[in-house]
Design a protein around this ligand. Structure first.
Ligand code: PYC
Length: 331
């Protein structure tokens, strides 16, 4: 048995995006939460084959585009990553919009704007073009909020680590400067890969993280280490850990949304104020908390995040069962 997947590969501000444009399974469901559940139940091998080694790598991240389930959207996006099927992925959406538009694969119902149906909800993408190239994409992301303040866990060999948890399409532990952690520049990538899974496991053991309106979105999945900006013009630097070994090379779109929600809730960022988020490799997203809103009775913001993406190539990928490693592997 041989499956062939037609993909556009590229990156958003350094983090990989593999957009699957052919070969993906048809999914059932009235909305993207149900379609995501169908994919996870019957087709997770597509994700592991395309994201894990030897066809992918530890940081691989991708999307599959479907017809929308909502009449107000132009397209639906399923996020497939090394870590699973995220409800929402900002860098993945910026890359997907860029690749779709540059290849004429979707017709926007309004010029320079795509409305996207994601498992986390409606995401609006405004894009700018120079000739045939998309130069930037600004996402209006899902409502984001500070879920919990000043939680704590004990890390072996380090001691107490305190953190807030905010939601920006995924739940993030946000670790700021404190007694046992000064700045992310003190941590090597290996330190981040060693410490973050412990923070995540201990936090999920001790606390509960469930979206107030969509309980299918639950669990702390991402750990954000913060630090002083290095670039002139950046507000804050961050490194987001996800999956088993991945450190986001981009400033992380849902992480930037969560961070702005946290800062607004704590009175450290104003609505409308620019927030330039710097990644571990020095690339930036331009964020703004565009307006205050509510999720049920919880104070929240509508974040917008702007970044750029580039195509690196077209990739026809074979997944053939005569290859003993056709489902992919994690080291
Ligand atoms: O940009 O939202 C994001 C993201 C999530 C995981 C990696 N990147």
């Amino acid at each position: 048995m041989k499956n062939t997947f037609f993909c556009i590969d590229g990156h958003t501000c350094g983090n990989p995006v593999r957009l699957v444009i052919g070969g993906a399974p048809t999914l059932e469901g009235d909305d993207m939460v149900q379609r995501r559940a169908h994919f996870e139940r019957d087709y997770d091998w597509v994700r592991t084959s395309l994201m894990f080694e030897p066809r992918g790598h530890d940081v691989m991240s991708g999307t599959i585009v479907y017809p929308p389930t909502r009449s107000d959207c132009d397209a639906a996006i399923l996020f497939i990553e090394v870590s699973g099927c995220l409800p929402m992925c900002g860098h993945g959406t910026i890359g997907t919009v860029t690749f779709l538009i540059e290849n004429g694969l979707v017709r926007p119902s309004k010029p320079s704007l795509l409305k996207l149906d994601t498992p986390a909800g409606l995401v609006v993408a405004n894009f700018e073009m120079d000739g045939e190239h998309v130069t930037s994409v600004r996402l209006i992301n899902v409502a984001s909020y500070l879920h919990a303040r000043d939680l704590s866990i004990e890390l072996d060999g380090i001691g107490e680590i305190r953190f807030d948890v905010a939601y920006g399409g995924n739940f993030y532990a946000i670790i700021e400067s404190q007694a046992n952690f000064r700045d992310m520049e003190d941590l090597s990538p290996t330190d981040i890969q060693r410490l973050s899974p412990m923070v995540r496991a201990k936090a999920n053991e001790k606390y509960e993280f469930i979206h107030p309106l969509t309980p299918e979105i639950n669990g702390l999945s991402h750990v954000m280490w913060t630090g002083r900006a290095k670039n002139q013009g950046s507000t804050i630097r961050n490194a987001v850990f996800y999956g088993d070994k991945a450190i986001d090379r981009s400033p992380c779109g849902t992480g930037t949304s969560a961070r702005m929600a946290q800062l607004v809730a704590k009175g450290q960022l104003a609505i409308g104020e620019t927030f330039v988020h710097e990644s571990i490799i020095g690339t930036c997203f331009n964020g703004v908390a565009t307006e205050a809103t509510k999720i049920g009775d919880i104070d929240a913001i509508i974040p917008s995040v702007e970044g750029w993406a580039r195509i690196t190539g077209h990739n026809t990928i074979f997944v053939e069962d005569r290859d003993p490693l056709h489902r992919g592997f994690l080291l």
